[in-house]
Design a protein around this ligand. Sequence first.
Ligand code: ZN
Length: 170
Amino acid sequence: MVAKNAKSKNGPGNEADDGPSSSYFIDPELATANGRSLSLLLAGRRCYECQQADERESPESSDHVQFMERIAEHCSQTPDYLLPDTPLKEAIFRVLLTAGSEPKSSQDISKVLSEKWALTAYPRDVSETVLQRLLDSSESYCIARVPEPEPEPSDEEEPAPGAGTAADPE
Ligand SMILES: [Zn+2]
């Protein structure tokens, strides 16, 4: 892999803004690599009701996919899910979770947060630039950048996007 260096032939000023912004997703492999339990990380983002429901089981032993789906379809719809005083990294994580394992760009997240917080008493800077910077430093939230697609044309069959965590039928 050849790293693009700053003195490429693209000319000056082309670096920060080339093409559509990168997308980010919650990467279970990053959790494993960091020795973190994604299940545990997700368990605490569920709504009160859902957290009460699993007294019997320890969240750590549960499958993170289950939590991800539950948060996307239920907990993220509750009014307490994205309170206006939520720290930004936490908010980014929660916005990503509303889409399950689907990647989002800083642009998508910026849009969600600015709409969500438009009428609050706490004006926040949720610009793409700010979010981008945070996204790139949110490894502890297991947030990873989606690898850029190879620029070369290909006649081969492309793998379906987002097929990473296909359910495994027993
Ligand atoms: Zn819930």
